[in-house]
Design a binder for this molecule. Structure first.
Ligand code: DAH
Length: 341
């Protein structure tokens, strides 16, 4: 019986010391110390022992029970400590690490100008339309009265996709006039901002990609006075109520008559300075009354309806507005530059 108790002690303690989980340890407790446990089974046979042996074996059995209980308690404590350490490690939050700074972007200066212009036109009842940048030559040129042989149609000026020069990256937003006339009911009041492409070398004032805004109004009885009134309203909202404009005759194939609008230099008020290159005036846009041929080509009766159109470069306007000297800065997207506006 002694040997049996010793064997139980040795086996139980070894198993308990190696238990890896709280459940394993509990199973061992039941296995040895439970009501049907191995130690309990031995104790139940105490009655068979002689009177001299009984206290000695009883003492040993109590010892073994105490050892097993101590082993369970010690291991349980170890396992609990280990579990806590693992949890702490897994859930570590180092509150001393400085927060990751979030770089906040800013609206690009050119789009700030565009937003402002769009707001003004929306206020005047105009619709804003954006559409394709890949265009048919028919819409980019022909329907705008730019015939075959016009220099703007040259391969050296234009990015064509096909050998027959029928598909291209639009060179102007003016084809949006045609799309609007073909798809919208009259009257039409719209502006169409977007990218345009030309085979230009990059320098301080040129880029093969830039942005234009097209504008157009068609209704019964529209005249040049409506064009001037609208453009003056827009320019005064942008540059201040005292802004002075002038309209000079010009030529565009799709308008007749055509003009260019200048604004008096906001820097020198007409005296001449570096901003206006000594002119006193800054050219802002091209415009005119839509050519009857263009209207008729879109199925609009030019004896009943008339309209005006304008187009201008957005970058140039932003450069002027923010006194930026080099067009390339607009496209580089260097945050140090963009942050300033
Ligand atoms: N599309 C012309 C250009 O790229 C600008 C322009 C001039 C647009 C006169 C117009 C206009 O609508 O009426 O140079």
């Amino acid at each position: 019986m002694r040997e049996k108790l010793e064997a139980i002690r040795a086996a139980a303690v070894a198993a308990m010391e190696n238990a890896d989980k709280a459940e394993e340890l509990e199973a061992l407790r039941v296995q040895y110390l439970g009501k049907k446990g191995e130690l309990t089974a031995v104790l139940k046979q105490m009655g068979k022992l002689s009177a001299e042996e009984r206290p000695v074996v009883g003492q040993l059995a109590n010892d073994v029970r105490a050892k097993l209980e101590a082993a369970i308690e010690a291991r349980a404590e170890q396992l609990a400590r280990r579990a806590m350490a693992a949890r702490l490690l897994a859930e570590t939050v180092d509150v001393t690490i400085p927060g990751a700074p979030r770089k906040l972007g800013k609206r690009h200066p050119m789009y700030q100008v565009l937003d402002e212009i769009e707001d003004i036109f929306i206020g005047l009842g105009f619709e804003i339309i954006e559409d394709r940048e890949v265009e048919l030559a028919e819409y980019n040129f022909t329907k705008l009265n730019v015939e075959e042989g016009h220099p703007a149609r040259e391969w050296t000026d234009t990015f064509y996709f096909t050998d027959d020069s029928s598909i291209l990256l639009r060179t102007q937003t003016s084809p949006m006039q045609i799309h609007a006339m073909e798809t919208r009911p009259l009257p039409i009041r719209m502006i169409a901002p977007g990218r345009v492409y030309r085979k230009d070398e990059v320098d301080a004032t040129h880029s093969p990609m830039f942005h234009q805004i097209e504008g157009m109004a068609i209704d019964k009885g529209i005249t040049m006075a409506d064009l001037k009134g609208t453009l003056n309203t827009v320019v005064r909202s942008l540059y201040g109520a005292d802004t002075v404009t002038r309209f000079r005759p010009h030529h565009f194939p799709f308008t007749e008559p055509s003009c260019e609008m200048d604004i008096q230099c906001y820097k020198c008020h007409g005296a001449g300075c570096p901003t206006c290159k000594g002119e006193g005036w800054i050219e802002v846009l091209g415009a005119g009354m839509i050519h009857p041929k263009v209207l008729e080509g879109c199925g609009i009766d030019s004896k009943v309806y008339s309209g005006w159109a304008f187009g201008f470069g957005l970058e140039r306007l932003a450069l002027g507005q923010y006194k930026i000297s080099d067009l390339r800065l607009i496209f580089e997207n260097d945050v140090r530059f963009l942050e300033q506006f």
